[in-house]
Unconditional design. Structure first.
Length: 696
């Protein structure tokens, strides 16, 4: 490839025409570059003498060096070699002075409509700000001190360090692991480890300025020796630096170690760029040489300045994900299979903490096809998930038991996420007195349908109520019926035996659903559980590229407790009780009623009323009587049963007593008649009164 000279000529023409560049002071193109001289309007007297105290001149030559890829790639930009380097927003370089003129990728700026004019504008603004020593914009943040030569990296818990320093100026120490690879020092904070037997573990001393001391001067300090580091500490107003370092060195000598790590932290006048803290931390490694006459650190001991990197920790993930807070702190994830593991990792990578993982299953080879974690065999899934969380700095607890055998261990839970896809677990959680709101997450039709149910803070409605709302919604959504009641494709054999089949489904489809579910759960964790429950249905598009999420209406539940061991609890959605009231008042003073449609759960011993059918045309009603008819009723009920796979059915009748009153003898006889006709299946006979709903 060769340079396209026509593009460079066009860039030079832009420079000639730019108002910030002095007329006739754009050089000819030499090879792949040209020099343009910018006119800087210096403040006050400096314009007369031609330069500022920091030696920014009224005429500044700027060299533009164009790569072969230009105009797809931006040119390199250089200032004169003797330009003062003690400015922020200069790119690291040992030789050339390379200004950082744009907060972003310069090549991307070049692709904008004004093309090269954008770069010239940014360069002119940079020089203008430099002339006023105003390159740091408090709104953008403080520019961290530049390192022109990279000598290594130090990984540390920067958020915790800055948290300590924010409230104290006392020095403290810790321990680091370190290694030298290809002339680069790599080191990592390892906590309060006191075992010095290993050669690659040593001490880190953390210093900071006094709480009231703010360093508002930007300097670039070249630190090569311990004498330079002492001088820098003095400039930063850190007291007792040399004595403290030598004191710790005396400890190291006992273990024949000659490497010591130092951290210096300064308080800046504003927050650092891309940070929520105004504390800037520097890290150094000292290769100690000893002064023979006093056994202290020699002033010519070599010092390496290291680039500080934040360790894996929730604070970092919250910063990267934009998650501001966590108001729900004790989170239980039941089931860490293909869906649960993904939800759990999404939340952990948002910086969420406080997990308990519950799963008694073993990770098998086929789990690698869809699990968020991969590579491990025959380890407990909860343990395996815990290892993954630990590797990214998120702590968790593990319960390797079936939740149905260990609910008593969840005494401190605020939120319980059930991703087991088990009806038995769902029913267990429904009827068990357990701390915390429950979220049920489940996938249907080979993960083409996702359902997320969230209980209210006071568990009304409960998960079973919310599921009954799904059944009711099936009556008006044929697509939901097709997915919800579809037979899962379970033809993939994973071994021999009747328990060796698993659902066929691509990992990407589960991930599509898991990401949406995780986003909503994160909203709860950051803002709290809503007062009312919530229902979300996600349908994967035909092309497997997106999920259409729909929120369904959600009601609180009016509860009629069972009066003896033979009765079931009756749960009625408030929209149904409101409907009863409206119908009763419409026909008052006559009694009126209709048919109850709902779900019967033998396991939970509940009857949940989800809908009312109008009284058949042959029903009888007067001021003292309501008798439900039969005309057309059987077909209506049969249609509901077919549409919902029998989950909704006829569960009894209701009628009104406009002026109140208890059930009459006839009401009781009618109930017994219905029970007999229903072959003693659980049956509800309800009466609406102005003072509330009663059961016969």
């Amino acid at each position: 490839m060769v340079h396209n000279i026509q593009w460079i000529k066009k860039a030079r023409k832009y420079a000639i025409e730019h108002p910030a560049i002095i007329d006739n002071k754009v050089s000819e193109i030499v090879k792949n570059s040209f020099i343009a001289t910018f006119r800087i309007y210096l403040p006050g007297k400096y314009d007369i003498i031609g330069k500022t105290e920091k030696n920014v001149k009224k005429e500044e030559p700027v060299t533009f060096v164009f790569p072969i890829e230009f105009p797809l790639k931006a040119p390199e930009i250089y200032l004169r070699d003797d330009f003062n380097r003690n400015f922020p927003h200069i790119n690291p370089s040992l030789e050339k002075v390379k200004p950082c003129i744009f907060d972003g990728e310069l090549s991307e700026l070049l692709q904008q409509p004004n093309w090269f004019h954008h770069i010239l504008d940014q360069m002119a603004e940079w020089l203008d700000n430099a002339s006023q020593d105003n390159l740091i914009n408090p709104t953008q943040g403080w520019e961290p001190m530049r390192q022109d030569e990279l000598t290594g990296f130090h990984i540390d818990e920067l958020f915790k360090i800055k948290g300590k320093i924010k409230i104290s100026s006392q020095y403290f120490s810790g321990y680091v692991w370190y290694k030298k690879i290809n002339n680069l020092i790599l080191s990592k904070h390892i906590g309060n480890k006191e075992d010095f037997k290993k050669d690659d573990i040593t001490i880190m001393i953390y210093f900071s300025t006094d709480i009231q001391t703010v360093q508002n001067k930007y300097i670039v300090k070249v630190i090569n020796y311990f004498a330079d580091l002492r001088e820098f500490a003095t400039e930063c107003c850190i007291s007792d630096f040399s004595d403290t370092v030598n004191k710790e060195y005396s400890v190291l000598k006992k273990y024949n170690k000659n490497v010591l790590f130092i951290s210096l932290s300064l308080r800046r006048p504003c927050k650092l760029i891309n940070s929520n803290s105004s504390i800037e931390s520097f890290f150094f490694a000292i290769d100690i040489k000893e002064q023979k006459h006093n056994q202290k650190i020699h002033q010519k001991s070599k010092v390496f300045m290291l680039s500080g990197i934040n360790d894996c920790e929730p604070h970092l993930y919250r910063q990267m994900s934009g998650v501001k807070k966590q108001v729900i702190n004790n989170i239980v994830q039941i089931g860490v299979g293909s869906l649960g593991s993904k939800i759990n990792l999404h939340l952990a990578r948002n910086g969420t903490v406080g997990y308990t993982l519950v799963d008694n299953d073993i990770f098998s080879p086929h789990n690698n096809a869809r699990h968020a974690i991969f590579g491990g065999f025959f380890n407990n899934k909860a343990n395996f998930q815990q290892l993954a969380l630990t590797s990214i700095g998120v702590k968790s607890k593990v319960i390797k038991e079936d939740i149905r055998n260990c609910a008593n261990k969840l005494t401190n839970s605020d939120l319980i996420i059930d991703s087991t896809a088990s009806l038995s677990v769902r029913n267990f959680l429904t009827k068990t007195m357990i701390n915390g709101s429950i979220i049920n997450t489940s996938l249907y039709n080979n993960s083409k349908l996702a359902i997320m149910l969230t209980e209210s803070a006071n568990r009304n409605p409960r998960i079973d109520d919310l599921m009954c709302s799904i059944y009711q919604y099936c009556l008006i959504d044929d697509d939901l019926v097709a997915s919800f009641f579809s037979e899962q494709n379970i033809r993939a054999s994973i071994g021999q035996g009747c328990g060796s089949l698993t659902t066929i489904c691509p990992d990407s489809r589960i991930s599509l659903c898991a990401s949406g579910i995780s986003s909503k759960i994160q909203h709860y964790i950051s803002n709290g559980i809503p007062e009312n429950g919530e229902i979300f249905i996600g349908k994967v598009s035909e092309d497997d590229m997106s999920v259409n999420w729909e929120q369904l209406p959600c009601d609180n539940v009016h509860i009629l407790s069972s009066r003896n061991n033979d009765e079931f609890e009756v749960r009625i959605f408030e929209s149904i009780t409101k409907q009863m009231k409206e119908i009763s008042e419409k026909y008052s003073p006559k009694e009126y009623g209709g048919v109850l449609i709902g779900n019967i759960s033998t396991i939970n011993r509940t009857m949940t009323v989800t809908d009312l059918l109008d009284a058949p045309e042959d029903s009888l009603f007067s001021e003292t009587l309501f008798e439900v008819g039969k005309l057309g009723l059987r077909k209506k009920v049969k249609d509901i049963e077919v549409k919902t796979n029998g989950l909704l059915t006829y569960i009894g009748t209701w009628h009104s007593h406009p002026f109140g009153g208890n059930p009459s003898p006839k009401d009781k006889k009618t109930k017994m008649k219905i029970i007999i006709l229903r072959d003693y299946e659980p049956t509800a006979c309800l009466i609406w009164t102005p003072n509330g709903i009663i059961r016969v």
